[in-house]
Design a protein around this ligand. Structure first.
Ligand SMILES: [Fe+2]
Length: 326
């Protein structure tokens, strides 16, 4: 159930109209890394999380709802930056009313250019946000990643927060309105906070690597292919222990073509730098399959089922419905 609270989470303010920046800010309204995409991403991911991880369902729904609050702030800011546009558009009898808004002829031309590159904006919305990115491309469900596995989704969410954070950072370079800066700084900072929340939540799921259930084939997990000529960079991504367990290391394949021929296309690749054997992998696959599937099954009430309790005073759901009054 959603409940609209009329106060904005952050006091969005602008010093004056700025239609050009309003158009840029649409990127965070209906763009791939915008607030609606974030809200829908966590909202969608939450459903399959409810049974195995009711605590993460709670977190995902809270953060999704905060992203809706941010969408409201962005929409409000865009509308205030377009303040006057709607009124001027309605002033159909005047020849060049937008001049007043846009500081002379050059300003008006800028707005017209904006309208031509993003025709829905201004012409169709006439003073409010449109559900598009800054180029007028309509919002798309393809922006939403939900893979039904929290060790995957939380990593994807951290990447999404990183992209949203840098988008705000770039946007801040295109306005010098101190009041708009204030709002953007708040929104940017919340992406940092969400990044940390998702990271902390991922840490509570153990083991969480590799993502998903199945282990990697030890013949291929630790291999780095040097697939370019000339000077080569070395670092913990292809040299020494890197991110692997104590006693393990990367196998640097300097001549990949020779390696592929020598190993009969990787089939006869003897694992190097890996301690895990194929037998251990098979055992771990069984153990993880049982663990993950039990996590879901143990929390699942077989049909009939009910999603919520009233009041919802426990995290665990769905549950068996009370059918005594049916
Ligand atoms: Fe966020």
């Amino acid at each position: 159930m959603f409940y609209h609270v009329k106060e904005l989470q952050f006091n969005a303010r602008v010093s004056g109209p700025d239609p050009k920046f309003a158009a840029l800010l649409l990127e965070q309204f209906g763009g791939a890394n915008g607030e609606l995409a974030a809200a829908m991403r966590y909202f969608t991911q939450a459903f399959s999380t409810r049974k195995p991880y009711p605590d993460k369902y709670d977190m995902l729904m809270d953060i999704a709802t905060e992203e809706f609050s941010h969408l409201e702030i962005v929409g409000a800011t865009i509308t205030m930056l377009l303040d006057g546009v709607n009124g001027e558009l309605k002033n159909a009898a005047e020849a060049c009313p937008l001049n007043k808004l846009t500081k002379g002829k050059a300003g008006k031309e800028e707005v017209l250019h904006e309208a031509l590159t993003n025709p829905l904006f201004l012409i169709q919305s006439g003073g409010g946000p449109t559900l598009t990115n800054s180029q007028g491309v309509p919002f798309s469900g393809s922006y939403i990643d939900a893979n039904g596995d929290l060790t995957v989704d939380l990593r994807s969410d951290m990447a999404a927060e990183a992209r949203a954070k840098i988008t705000y950072e770039y946007l801040m370079k295109f306005t010098d309105d101190p009041l708009v800066h204030d709002s953007l700084r708040f929104l940017m900072t919340r992406e940092i906070a969400h990044f940390q929340m998702f990271g902390a939540a991922l840490d509570t799921i153990q083991p969480n690597f590799p993502m998903g259930v199945l282990q990697g084939d030890p013949r291929h997990t630790h291999t780095y292919f040097n697939l370019s000529n000339g000077a080569d960079a070395r670092g913990p991504w292809n040299e020494g222990q890197g991110p692997w367990d104590e006693g393990e290391s990367w196998e640097y394949v300097k001549e990949p073509l020779k390696h592929v021929i020598d190993t009969d296309g990787e089939i006869n690749h003897e694992p190097k730098g890996v301690k895990t054997t194929q037998e251990q992998v098979a055992a771990k696959n069984k153990e993880m399959s049982k663990k993950r599937s039990e996590e879901v099954k143990s929390k699942t009430a077989s049909a009939p089922a009910q999603w919520s309790s009233y009041p919802q005073d426990k995290l665990e759901s769905p549950m068996r419905p009370d059918t005594s009054q049916v």
